[in-house]
Design a protein around this ligand. Structure first.
Ligand SMILES: Cc1cc2nc3c(=O)[nH]c(=O)nc-3n(C[C@H](O)[C@H](O)[C@H](O)COP(=O)(O)O)c2cc1C
Length: 228
């Protein structure tokens, strides 16, 4: 079966999210890389110093046009986003010869959605989220082990050991207030496909995005092809 098309559709679709999501679903189904959901997230400080790291995509919302991921809100990325909400994401599926770039504005996911994400993690990972002050200095591995043991004791859970992923009965591990989902609302999406003889294909969709805090109001997408 031919998994991948060589080129972008012609004419271009009026909006990019459905195609981007189809590429993500194809990469997930193809199982050609361990983390097809991995994407580079770039943030920047208020004075424009960039930083980038991998995070996993939880969902690409085709209707509203955002990409969601989870993290520690007090991490370096979380603190940068708190003062500069603009961010960029890049997916790269090497086997598929495809890249997706997304730029836009990041806002916290609703608490109910973050709760759902947290509840879907096994108990050891829920304990781990409590134990790690992500991006803070760590004096030793033992300091982290001690924080894991303390978090497990706090919630009446056994000490986490490798392989023991079944929920301990009667143990409730709530979501930490500093951990949850983020939505990157897209105002620019670029799809890239490797073409024959290095003549690649690119197209970018842009739209206006206004926000009054939590609610986003998006205009229609407009598409244009770009030289590779
Ligand atoms: C494959 C992979 C997946 C990762 N997924 C996440 C994730 O979903 N959320 C997260 O906060 N960090 C994730 N990380 C760790 C981040 O890359 C990064 O080390 C961490 O979030 C701290 O970044 P910061 O100090 O810039 O905030 C992942 C790393 C890798 C290699």
């Amino acid at each position: 079966m031919e998994l991948y098309n060589d080129l972008l559709p012609d004419p271009l679709p009026t909006e990019p999210m459905a195609l981007a999501n189809a590429w993500l679903e194809t990469a997930r189904a193809a199982r050609q890389q361990p983390n097809p959901d991995a994407m580079v997230l770039a943030t920047a400080t208020a004075d424009g110093r960039p930083s980038a790291r991998i995070v996993l995509c939880k969902e690409l919302d085709v209707v509203r046009g955002y990409v969601s991921f989870v993290t520690n809100y007090d991490s370096r990325k979380g603190r940068e986003l708190a003062v500069n909400a603009r961010a960029a994401l890049v997916f790269h599926w090497d086997h598929a010869h495809r890249q997706v770039r997304v730029e836009g504005v990041v806002a916290k996911a609703p608490a109910s959605e973050s709760d759902e994400y947290f509840a879907s993690r096994n108990w050891q990972r829920r304990i781990g989220a409590w134990a790690s002050a992500q991006s803070q200095p760590l004096h030793s591995r033992e300091q982290l082990n001690a924080a894991v043991r303390a978090a497990a004791e706090r919630f009446g859970a056994p000490h986490p050991t490798p392989g023991n992923v079944n929920d301990p009965p009667g143990v409730d591990i709530p979501r930490p207030p500093f951990w949850g989902g983020l939505h990157l609302w897209a105002d620019s999406v670029e799809l890239w496909v490797e073409g024959a003889a290095r003549v690649h294909e690119r197209a970018r969709w842009t739209r206006s995005l206004t926000t009054d805090g939590d609610e986003f109001d998006a205009g229609p997408w407009s598409a244009s092809r770009l030289q590779p």
